[in-house]
Write a protein that binds this ligand. Structure first.
Ligand code: ZN
Ligand code: ZN
Length: 264
């Protein structure tokens, strides 16, 4: 991910916040976070551009570089987040650095049992570093169309449809490192279900280019942004804005495969 990609996300969030009042609060908060992430990415890039690429993603966490920036991040969240998340950031920022270290390491190593607000803080803070490491990983990636990220093994946060010769190809974007990889269109990433009758697709009038792809076997869903229908969309951001689709999925008892940055 280059610094232009952060700018794209920030601009798209501001544009969609003006268009869709029901998502404005989420998107404005997101754009504050994305600005922090862009600056952090620049700092990481500067500090690490001459160091050799990592061989193994999970071994590459440089806490001595990152920890001094964590309190600034928590302050940003404290000031801009919805109340519950802001409270959690305030509590975290009062804790000793050793606790931050524990949280960031646990998240980086794939801990799944962290309280939601803690996981949010760790994910949002580590995303720029993860994107930097993923972009210059030295080791070859695993082959095959896996349901989790071939770089860091995290779940996808959003699907993307891109034009291919005879239609559209689906890929996934990683919820941590932003890597994008191919995945078959008619297969559930949660359980591998591929029978048509068990896979539901839903769109809404506001977002004809975003689909909920849900599975009746494992009850999970993911949103997919169809770039063949809207080339201006920025998948990670448009996915956040498509609140009506989230509500539809919740009403029908589907659970998101991987909550997005704001846990919706
Ligand atoms: Zn990844
Ligand atoms: Zn499934």
């Amino acid at each position: 991910m280059q610094s232009a990609a952060w700018d794209q996300r920030i601009q798209r969030a501001e544009e969609l916040a003006r268009l869709f009042p029901f998502a404005a609060e989420i998107l404005r908060f997101y754009s504050v976070v994305a600005r922090f992430q862009k600056a952090l990415y620049g700092y990481i890039h500067q500090a690490h551009q001459k160091s050799p690429p990592s061989r193994v993603f999970r071994d590459s966490l440089d806490l001595s570089l990152l920890l001094p920036r964590f309190s600034g991040f928590l302050n940003t969240v404290k000031e801009a987040a919805p109340p519950q998340l802001a409270d959690c950031a305030a509590r975290l920022s009062a804790e000793p650095e050793a606790r931050w270290e524990e949280l960031l390491s646990a998240f980086w190593l794939g801990a799944k049992d962290l309280p939601h607000a803690h996981a949010f803080c760790a994910r949002a803070f580590l995303q720029p570093y993860a994107a930097f490491v993923a972009a210059r990983l030295a080791a070859p990636l695993g082959q095959g169309e896996t349901a989790t990220c071939p770089v860091c093994d995290s779940e996808p946060v959003v699907g993307v449809l891109r034009e291919e010769q005879l239609g559209a190809r689906r890929s996934f974007i990683c919820s941590l490192c932003a890597y994008e990889w191919s995945f078959p269109r008619a297969v559930c990433p949660g359980c591998g279900e591929h029978r048509n009758e068990a896979l539901a697709v839903f769109t809404s009038d506001n977002f004809v280019y975003v689909r909920v792809e849900a599975c009746d076997t494992c009850k999970c869903y993911i949103k997919t942004v169809d770039l063949t229908r809207n080339g201006l969309a920025v998948p990670v951001v448009d996915e956040l804005a498509a609140v009506p689709l989230t509500l539809w999925a919740q009403e029908h008892g589907y659970i998101k495969l991987q909550p997005n940055l704001l846990a919706v």
